[in-house]
Every structure is written in structure tokens, then in C-alpha cells.
Design a protein around this ligand. Structure first.
Ligand code: UD1
Ligand code: MG
Length: 452
């Protein structure tokens, strides 16, 4: 069986009140269209056609790797008209799956069931607590589907129906071509409705079925901000359940946010108000305490993040201690038993096993050796206003507090830097280097006194 998928993504999304096309609105940190393309891809179709119109360039730009066909709908004349634009590129004998671009939560398994249906026309429906905004699925006395009526066109009795159209349709290319060529925009919105194909097929005694989804939540579409927030809620709960199923302990699941993907080992513990972004992998026994934000990181087993640490583009290769209130940026690599304490910022730097920066430091563009101790207030002066330079600290060195390391500079192994130094030349190994001004005490000095 040949399968073609058509994703409808040309709508303006007026109800979103946004400068961006509706299908680019994010759910779980990914554009709605991105979710649908992933799901469509999972069906291994022969071709995916995405119908674009409003903001087409922005939509196309966001998916540079998309290998299907972009189809242009020049005017927004409705979902039937949008689907029609893709049909010339679809063989008559192919099965065609039509997906609206604003229902990102639908699962591949659900679509597979629909695609495998033997009916001439299959639609996916669900029973909504509140059917507002959806097309109502009308059934005759024998419970057979007779039509889908849009909310704007529904009589008060029809509006009471709670079985609604998810917007997904499956039929053969030839049949769709026949039906859609006959659509007329005779309705409240003056549009060519894809959903009118149902009544047309029924009128020709073709077999139409509505498959009721077991989980209505995956069928929800988002037309406005409230709808988008509702999808986000469902998506977040899916992620939280998946994390718990994989062995993570979520202390307050409702406050953990996943805007991307998270892989976890066993016995990972995640505190309240933690946000994950991008691709995150947490090894066995990792602890992420309250308020951390973790973006595109790989954390090795038993890494411990104390509260309110913010990490982006970080890798730990052993059990490290980070935070509270640490900021680790792109290119930070921490080995086993590294300790990064409060108010320490690290960027594009590696710290070898057992290195410590426990308080108030900036470490940028640096290679820090094993067992190095970086005192409070140490700054790598990595930028001269034009270019970035590297600081190298060899194993076992001790950097006294409040030291400025003016890069490029190397501190030799087991060297000691006196507190308060400005180090702009390489410091030899095993020696004490310091640039501190000698201390003086002024004899006979009189402390000023306040006069009345
Ligand atoms: C549509 C269905 C409704 C269903 C609901 C499910 C129709 C007529 N109505 O209503 O029965 O319950 O989805 O969420 O099909 N689009 C285009 N070109 C257009 C118009 C729309 O590409 O000219 C795209 C939109 O970008 C969107 C999708 O088609 O991704 C659905 O359009 P939308 O306006 O959201 O339809 P609904 O009013 O939600
Ligand atoms: Mg919609």
C-alpha cells in the first residue's frame, strides 16, 4: 500500500493573535508542525506534503531538513481547498492521510489504525467534555456517520453532540479528488470544508466510518492561546509520566517542565520547579534540586545539582557537585569529583577530576587540571576586547582568592598563586607567585574624628 500524508499548515491562525504562523507555535518547546512531521515520519509514508500559505517562508525556514514536498495554497479558502492543492502530486491509488497542522499530540499508533481501516473514508473522532470549536460528528439511527457539521453551521441540537471531529481523514487519492472537486463554500464561513467530504461520500453510498479515539486528549487542536496552553498541559503530563516510568522520582511532578527530551537512568531525583530544554540525558542517581534549568546537557551518574543552578551545553563525566546558584554555560566539561559552588560561572572550560571552584568565580576558556583549587573571587580575564584567550592551570595548582588570571597564561603544576594577585605571565611549577603590593603600617597615623 502506498501512503501519502498531507499536513494542512497554511492557515493564518487569527485566533492566536500572533505575528508567527499558527503551526510554529510551540508545544513542549517544539513547533506544533514539528511534532506532526515526526509523527508522520514514523508511519514511513511514501511522501509527506505540507500545505503552506500564511508565513510560508518562516515555516519552511524552520524545517530546513524536511525532505517532503512544500505545497502552496495561495488563498486561504478552507481545509478542503488546502487539501485539494496537494492532490495533483498524489497518485489515485495511494492511501492519503490528511492531518491538520494544529493537533501535535496525535500518536502514530492511532493514525496507523485509521490508515489500516477498510472504509472508503475514515475520520478520527473523540468524545469531548466541551465540544466548543470542533466539528460535530452526526450519526443516523443505525449509528452510521452521516455528516460532520462545523460549529458555526450547527443547529442548537447538533451543537449538543459531544462526538467531535479530530480533523484527521483517510481515503484513496482518487476518491478525495472526486469529493473535493465538488465542494461548495455554502456555509457560515464561506469556506471549502474538508469535512463536507463525509456527506458527499455518504450520498454516494460509500463506506464512511468515524474511529473514536480511546484517548481524546491526543486529538485536541489548538486554535487560540488557551487551546495551546491546554495542549502544553497534556504534553507536560505525558513527559512527567514517562520520566517516572523510566525510574525518576519527581518530588512535585506538576512543576517539572520538559521543553525537549529527557532520558533518565534509575533513581534520578528531580525536585520542584525544574525545567529541562533541548536534549538532556541524566545518568543513574543524578539529583536535580529545586529550581534548576538544564538545557542540552549530559550529566554522568551521581552528579548532584544543588538548587537554582542553570546549565546549558554542559557535560559531566563523573559524579560532580554543582551549585547552589551556579551558572554553567556552553562547552563546560566537568570530570569526576569536581566541585562548582555558589555564584561560579563557567564557560568553554574543562575541569579535571577533583578540581574545585567553590565560590564566586568566573572560569572562561580554560583547561583546569586535576585537583586544582580555585579560590573565591578568581577571574580568568579571557577577553582583551578583541579576542578570547585561554588560561591553563596544571594539576595540583592552588589559586589564592581574588586572583585575576590574565590570559593567555599558564599556571604550572603544584604552583601556588598568592591571594589578590594579577597574573599576566606564566607562573612556574612548584613555586609561589604573587603580585601583591607589600603591606605597610603607618606609625603615628591618627584616625580622623567627627567634630560636633
Ligand atoms: C477543523 C475542522 C473541524 C475539526 C477541527 C479539529 C474543517 C472545516 N473543520 O476546524 O471539523 O473539529 O479542525 O481541530 O476542516 N488550513 C489551511 N488552509 C486553510 C484553512 C486551514 O491550511 O485555508 C489549515 C490550518 O493551518 C490548520 C488546519 O488547516 O492547521 C485546520 O484549520 P483550522 O482553521 O484550525 O480548523 P478548525 O476551525 O480548527
Ligand atoms: Mg484548528
Amino acid at each position: 500500500m502506498m501512503l501519502h500524508v498531507v499536513v494542512l499548515a497554511a492557515g493564518e491562525g487569527k485566533r492566536m493573535r500572533s505575528r508567527h504562523p499558527k503551526v510554529l507555535q510551540p508545544v513542549g518547546g517544539q513547533a506544533m508542525l514539528g511534532h506532526l512531521l515526526d509523527t508522520a515520519q514514523a508511519l514511513a509514508p511514501d511522501q509527506i506534503h505540507v500545505v503552506v500559505g500564511q508565513g510560508a517562508a518562516a515555516v519552511q525556514d524552520q524545517f530546513p531538513a524536511f525532505s517532503g514536498v512544500w505545497v502552496h495554497q495561495r488563498e486561504r479558502l478552507g481545509t478542503g481547498h488546502a487539501t485539494l492543492q496537494a492532490l495533483p502530486g498524489i497518485p489515485d491509488e495511494a492511501r492519503v492521510l490528511v492531518l491538520p497542522g494544529d493537533m501535535p499530540l496525535v500518536r502514530a499508533e492511532t493514525l496507523t489504525r485509521l490508515v489500516q481501516s477498510s472504509a472508503d473514508l475514515s475520520v478520527l473522532s473523540f468524545v469531548a467534555d466541551d465540544p466548543t470549536g470542533y466539528g460535530r460528528v452526526l450519526r443516523d439511527a443505525d449509528d452510521q456517520v452521516s455528516a460532520i457539521v462545523e460549529q458555526a453551521d450547527a443547529s442548537p441540537e447538533q451543537a449538543q453532540v459531544r462526538e467531535v471531529n479530530a480533523g484527521v481523514m483517510v481515503a484513496k487519492g482518487q476518491a478525495l479528488k472526486d469529493w473535493l472537486a465538488r465542494l461548495e463554500p455554502k456555509n457560515a464561513q464561506g469556506e471549502y470544508y474538508l469535512t463536507d467530504a463525509v456527506a458527499l461520500a455518504v450520498g454516494r453510498c460509500q463506506r464512511v466510518e468515524a474511529v473514536i479515539a480511546a484517548d481524546g486528549q491526543e486529538c485536541m487542536g489548538a486554535n487560540d492561546r488557551a487551546g495551546l496552553a491546554e495542549l502544553e498541559r497534556v504534553w507536560q503530563w505525558r513527559q512527567r509520566h514517562a520520566l517516572m516510568a523510566a525510574g525518576a522520582m519527581l518530588e512535585d511532578p506538576a512543576t517539572v517542565w520538559v521543553k525537549g527530551s529527557v532520558e533518565v537512568g534509575q533513581d534520578v531525583r528531580i525536585g520542584p520547579n525544574v525545567t529541562f530544554q533541548g536534549q538532556v540525558a541524566l545518568g543513574d542517581g543524578v539529583v536535580v534540586e529545586t529550581g534548576c534549568v538544564i538545557d542540552d546537557c549530559r550529566l554522568a551518574a551521581d552528579t548532584h545539582l544543588a538548587p537554582y543552578s542553570v546549565l546549558a551545553g554542559v557535560e559531566t563525566t563523573g559524579a560532580c557537585q554543582v551549585g547552589p546558584f551556579a551558572r554553567l554555560r556552553q562547552g563546560t566539561v566537568l570530570a569526576d569529583q569536581v566541585k562548582i559552588g555558589n555564584f561560579v560561572e563557567v564557560k568553554q572550560a574543562s575541569l579535571a577530576a577533583g578540581a574545585k571552584a567553590s565560590h564566586l568565580s568566573y572560569i572562561g576558556d580554560a583547561a583546569i587540571g586535576e585537583g586544582v583549587n580555585i579560590g573565591a573571587g578568581t577571574i580568568t580575564c579571557n577577553y582583551d576586547g578583541v579576542a578570547k584567550h585561554t588560561t591553563t592551570i596544571e594539576p595540583g595548582a592552588f589559586i589564592g582568592s581574588n586572583t585575576a588570571l590574565v590570559a593567555p597564561v599558564t599556571i604550572g603544576s603544584d604552583a601556588v598563586i598568592g591571594a589578590g594577585s594579577v597574573i599576566s605571565k606564566d607562573a612556574p611549577r612548584d613555586q609561589l607567585s604573587l603580585t601583591r603590593a607589600p603591606q605597610r603600617s603607618i606609625e603615628g597615623w591618627v584616625r580622623p574624628k567627627k567634630t560636633r
